[in-house]
Design a protein around this ligand. Structure first.
Ligand code: 1CP
Length: 354
């Protein structure tokens, strides 16, 4: 099926487009009443992820409301540890938890490399169903967590503010940490390649907690494994390149090193201007971002001004994908996202004239 709107894929490769493409991290989610209704119908978050028809439905919901240039498959980064036997569950108000977190060296040594098709086949089914339902309207993005970000949840047993246990492992027993991260990198590579084969047309790696590490530890325990994954990915499918986006939150000091991994694009948060980020990475990669999600809590005039400033900060030329600097939050009024998306559509063409 022909892809009718390919501006996301073109921008990720720094090719000419006539306006800046836009999608939003966590665009399907709790700020949408229709998402909450489908989640209630599913009974639980995991059931929603594991039922391809429902995962497909919530993936498509934001596209019915907003003129977005991509869909991102509805799933979660924590499906990998779940498939490795840690058993993911959600306690409302507390976020994700594992029944069997990694508590000993043996837990890490015995961690299986899962058969992706057997244990995560529901994600690939959701990807191929969603591709079919999209009918070439916009590309579908696949994703995974980075090995380090996944490891934090697996070691801590859930969310954490300090990452004490995970960081202790890195410093106390780096060899064991490398064993874990290596296994995760292999699994993430298999998983993303399976999503690509199922129809994902671009992929993003979420390194949400990369910013918790020192510069040196980041290179050794996070960046290195993302680079390994990038080099193991299938970079072309259906006769088209499959762009790879790395989003390492709060890692702006690492932009040059991230650009050297061989990825196509970097997600950037709002703590650096796109102007500065662009001057540092030059023409090596495209940039995706970077509006502070909290701006969506302000009124429409503020949103318009901030979108305009963000476009202006990147400036003229190719290689910008508009997005937030992190996921959209549950309190956002969906009409404010309409304002954002429409403003990008209205103001961005002037940055793409020859
Ligand atoms: O109650 C609910 O409905 C669950 C909320 C929720 C949602 C909507 C969770 C639990 N996951 C998701 C979907 C999700 N998670 C997507 C969907 C695709 C999209 O529309 O973008 C994606 C890409 C993720 C990725 C994800 N999950 C990340 C990385 C991205 C990020 O925002 O940093 C992380 C860290 C997670 C873990 C996770 N899963 C869910 C929650 C609430 C969390 C965060 C917990 C924490 O802060 O530690």
């Amino acid at each position: 099926m022909e892809l009718r709107n390919d501006i996301l894929l073109r921008a990720l490769q720094r090719q000419p487009v006539d306006r800046t493409p836009v999608w939003i991290m966590r665009q399907a989610g709790r700020y949408l009443p229709e998402y909450l209704a489908t989640r209630a119908e599913a009974g639980s978050f995991m059931n929603l992820c594991q039922t391809p028809e429902l995962a497909c439905e919530v993936t498509l919901q934001p596209l019915r409301r907003f003129d977005l240039d991509a869909a991102i498959i509805f799933s979660d980064i924590l499906t990998i540890p779940d498939a490795m036997g840690l058993n993911l569950y959600f306690v409302s108000g507390e976020g994700p938890k594992f029944e069997h977190p990694l508590r000993s060296a043996d837990d890490i040594r015995n961690l299986p490399r899962p058969d992706i098709f057997e244990s995560l086949g529901y994600v690939m089914d959701a990807v191929s169903l969603t591709r079919r339902e999209l009918g070439g309207k916009v590309p579908l993005i696949g994703f995974s967590g980075s090995p380090w970000t996944l490891a934090t949840y697996m070691i801590e047993g859930g969310s954490s503010k300090t990452f004490s246990r995970a960081k202790k492992l890195l410093y106390q027993d780096p060899e064991l940490a490398h064993q874990l991260l290596g296994k995760l990198a292999d699994t993430v590579t298999d998983y993303l390649n399976a999503q690509i084969e199922a129809g994902a047309q671009a992929v993003q790696i979420f390194d949400t907690w990369g910013g918790a590490l020192s510069s040196q530890a980041y290179k050794e325990f996070s960046l290195r494994y993302m680079a390994k994954i990038v080099s193991g990915l299938k970079r072309e499918n259906e006769g088209r390149p499959v762009p790879v986006i790395l989003f390492s939150k709060s890692c702006n000091t690492q932009l040059e090193a991230l650009a050297d991994t061989g990825c196509d694009a970097l997600g950037v948060d709002w703590t650096i201007s796109l102007r500065e980020a662009r001057s540092r990475v030059g023409n090596r990669v495209a940039l995706q971002g970077n509006l502070d999600p909290s701006i969506l809590l302000a009124d429409r005039a503020v949103i318009r001004r901030e979108v305009s400033d963000t476009l202006d900060s990147f400036g003229n030329g190719n290689g910008h994908v508009f997005n937030l600097g992190h996921g959209i939050t549950p309190e956002v009024n969906p009409d404010h996202l309409t304002e954002l998306v429409n403003t990008v559509g209205e103001l961005s063409p002037e940055y793409h004239r020859e």
